[in-house]
Design a protein around this ligand. Structure first.
Ligand code: S3P
Length: 169
């Protein structure tokens, strides 16, 4: 079994994912990192040079390659749920754990960063709110478990996931 972390940018997927993997004796992989490695460039460069649709195709290609993975915690890019086929493929390899945070917390975590191309045009807080409005129902529909990380530590989120895994065994 794998555990797949989904959710908006800045909700803590990588941090929670790494400590969950360590806690459970699982491996950790970040789907965005696979894209950057295979392309040999940063996601921001891919968006800049080739645009979002090109990136979304790469993302789906990477999801396809996860089919044979086992015992992995997999962190995904925030937009992975935008394609139903991605969600379907991910659900075949493990439960989807949704991490959420309030727009204010997301903004605080991302305000100094420049590596999220979708938030680089216009007002960052406005962009966060707008994209969340569109995506929230999609995240909710895809999720098997949902954890709000706005006011808890990554370790507390890990504990909630571990408890849930034990209960659902
Ligand atoms: C995106 C989220 C990013 C990355 C890309 C697009 C999105 O990943 O895939 O910038 O559409 O929400 P993180 O969620 O890891 O920041």
């Amino acid at each position: 079994m794998n555990i797949i972390l989904i959710g908006f940018m800045g909700v803590g997927k990588s941090e929670v994912g790494k400590s969950l993997a360590a806690r459970q004796g699982m491996n950790f992989i970040d789907a965005d990192e696979i894209i950057e490695k295979t392309e040999g460039r940063k996601i921001s460069q891919i968006f800049e040079k080739n645009g979002e649709p090109y990136f979304r195709n790469l993302e789906t290609e990477v999801i396809k390659t996860l089919e044979d993975y086992d015992n992995f915690v997999i962190s995904t890019g925030g937009g992975v749920v935008l394609r139903e086929e991605n969600v379907k493929m991910l659900k075949e390899i493990g439960p989807l754990v949704l991490l959420t945070s309030s727009p204010e917390v997301i903004y605080q975590r991302l305000k100094e960063l420049k590596d999220r191309p979708l938030l680089e045009q216009g007002d960052k807080m406005e962009s966060i709110k707008e994209i969340l409005d569109v995506r929230n129902p999609i995240y909710e529909k895809a999720a098997d478990l949902k954890i709000d990380t706005s006011n808890i530590t990554p370790l507390a989120a890990v504990e909630e996931i571990v408890k849930w895994i034990k209960r659902s065994k």
